[in-house]
Design a protein around this ligand. Structure first.
Ligand code: PXL
Length: 291
């Protein structure tokens, strides 16, 4: 038994730009959860809009870290993965889940791209090569959190034009659930000219979590969302409550970001000023309806 919940975070460490470990570590710590990084790579910045970033691949290091953790007899309450740098890393992660994940909540964010941010939909060319492996990886997860772009990549479908209605939303969730996944949150869905939602599936139930709308793209919000969602599930909230809590936190961070027009999209969202206050709350707002 761990004294407080323990999560293994399998993500890259991008020094600047607010993604992956620079979001997951502070958020989970603020939620009272022990966050243990298994870094996939060290980059100077994330890969969106920054040019000339450095990329130090840690594929060789990952099995050594895992082997040492095995000798310590560690138990993780959750394994949470995000951006993966190569097919080999996904293979290592699958073995890690096999060895450590029996009684753990396995959360996979199949990070590949985002059509609302990138012209061709992908974060980088490298991501296209990873799609087939991501399709296998998500089958090992208890929870997945693709955005709509990643949903289409996982399902081999074209990114849809226009706004999605409830039956289209349910169809995407149903198709993903047929891969054998019980809990799904699809982010970045436009439902009208001025509304976005997160679509949630939990063991046969379908929900829409209202996100409101700000007419500007945001980078790094997927990692913020999934970090909070994972933390809230470990704190005992149901999946739909955890989705509400995660959407509420993203909204707060976005509101804070909008106070500073000089914030560029690649600098992510200003979540730091809202971290301490948000997680000291005992009651959270509800944004969902069942569909
Ligand atoms: O989860 C987003 C992300 C994570 N890590 C790196 C990225 C991105 C998105 O651009 O480039 C390195």
């Amino acid at each position: 038994m761990n004294i407080i919940p323990k999560v293994a975070l399998v993500h890259d460490l991008s020094g600047y730009g607010r993604v992956s470990l620079t979001e997951g570590l502070p958020i989970l710590s603020a939620m009272g959860i022990e966050a243990c990084p298994l870094p996939t790579a060290v980059l100077s910045t994330h890969t969106y809009k920054f040019e000339g970033y450095t990329f130090c691949d840690l594929t060789e290091e990952m099995p050594k870290i895992i082997d040492h953790w095995k000798t310590l007899g560690l138990h993780f309450d959750a394994i949470y993965s995000g951006y993966m740098g190569s097919k080999k890393q996904i293979e290592i992660l699958e073995n890690f889940i096999e060895d450590f994940g029996k009684d753990s909540l396995v959360v996979v964010d199949p990070v590949l791209g985002d059509a609302t941010l990138c012209e061709d939909g992908l974060y980088s060319e490298r991501m296209l090569e990873l799609t087939e492996n991501m399709k296998q990886l998500v089958k090992k997860a208890d929870i997945i959190t693709p955005n709509l772009t990643e949903t289409c990549l996982l399902l081999d479908e074209e990114y849809p034009k226009g706004y999605l209605n409830n039956s289209q939303i349910k169809e995407y969730l149903e198709k993903l659930s047929k891969l054998g996944i019980d809990k799904i949150a699809i982010t970045s869905i436009m439902t009208s000219e001025n509304s976005m939602c997160v679509a949630v599936y939990d063991n046969g139930k379908y929900y829409k979590v209202d996100c409101g709308f700000v007419n500007r793209p945001f980078h790094g919000t997927g990692d913020v969302f999934t970090s909070v969602l994972t933390g809230a599930c470990l704190k005992g909230y149901s999946f739909i409550e955890a989705s509400d809590i995660a959407v509420g936190f993203c909204k707060k961070a976005i509101r804070e970001t909008m106070k500073h027009p000089q914030m560029q999209v690649e600098n992510g969202v200003l979540f730091e000023p809202v971290l301490a206050e948000y997680f000291s709350k005992k009651e959270f707002e509800t944004y969902h309806i069942e569909i």
